[in-house]
Design a protein around this ligand. Structure first.
Ligand code: ADP
Ligand code: MG
Length: 226
């Protein structure tokens, strides 16, 4: 069962003078079935926080455990395996591979450990159907709309049954209707599969769909005023 705990997490970036303090002590605990929105102005550290939770970047200090494991204590190979098995990512720039079909793109995370199995392919097909793209399975990204591409990214993030889904501005390029549909889809799947979902978004509409809203303010997480 998903369980995420961060304590007094800080992140500094070196700069010409004093280091830039971006995260100044973040505490958060989330369990399977929790979903939260993280909002805050551009440059406040939302992506920095998400990248650390995704183990793509290291904190300067503080602790992070996901499912009782400290990912930063793992060596590089173990960390890559841990990340692949536990964490699904959805980015605004969906990072689909242009030469691959929808089905192949959804299967990419399964290929880290070799060829996709029959089960992987069956799950990919089921997810593609779930996100409403059953009749687009052989299309390439260029043959899809922006909303459809984001749906592919949603399906891809779920293929390895992660316990944590991290979405960074997943609907930033979409119109309001498509954005809300993606939000509904993410919540539906997150609830059905009992994952932890963290969505960074500029959109109040999207943020308000989630159970809990948190704001990054001067390097700390606060509860926003509605
Ligand atoms: P947000 O996602 O909230 O818009 P980011 O987390 O991307 O903000 O960035 C927060 C701040 O950290 C910004 O001021 C940015 O310039 C700085 N920053 C981000 N990444 C780096 C980096 N690799 N090196 C130095 N500074 C960085
Ligand atoms: Mg960002």
């Amino acid at each position: 069962m998903a369980h995420l705990v961060i304590k007094d997490l800080k992140k500094e970036y070196p700069s010409h003078g004093e280091p830039l303090q971006i995260l100044k002590g973040i505490d958060l605990e989330l369990r399977a079935g929790d979903n939260v929105a993280v909002i805050g102005p551009s440059g406040s550290g939302k992506s920095t926080l998400l990248n650390i939770l995704g183990t793509l970047d290291y904190p300067t200090s503080g602790t992070y455990t996901l499912n009782d494991i400290d990912p930063f204590a793992l060596d590089e190979d173990e960390l890559a395996k841990f990340r692949n098995a536990n964490i699904g990512f959805i980015f605004q720039e969906h990072h689909l591979l242009p030469q691959l079909s929808v089905l192949e793109n959804v299967l990419i995370p399964t290929m880290a450990t070799g060829k996709p199995s029959k089960d992987d392919i069956a799950r990919a097909e089921a997810l593609i159907e779930r996100v409403g793209l059953a009749d687009r399975s052989l299309h390439r990204p260029a043959e899809l709309s922006g909303g459809e591409r984001e749906r592919v990214a949603v399906a891809r993030s779920l293929i390895c049954r992660p316990s944590l889904i991290l979405a960074d501005e997943p609907t930033g390029n979409l119109d309001r209707r498509n954005a809300l549909q993606i939000g509904e889809l993410l919540l539906e799947i997150q609830q059905a599969e009992e994952m932890v979902l963290i969505v960074v978004s500029h959109s109040r509409d999207l943020a308000n769909m989630l159970e809990k809203q948190l704001e990054i303010n001067d390097g700390r997480l606060t509860t926003p005023e509605q």
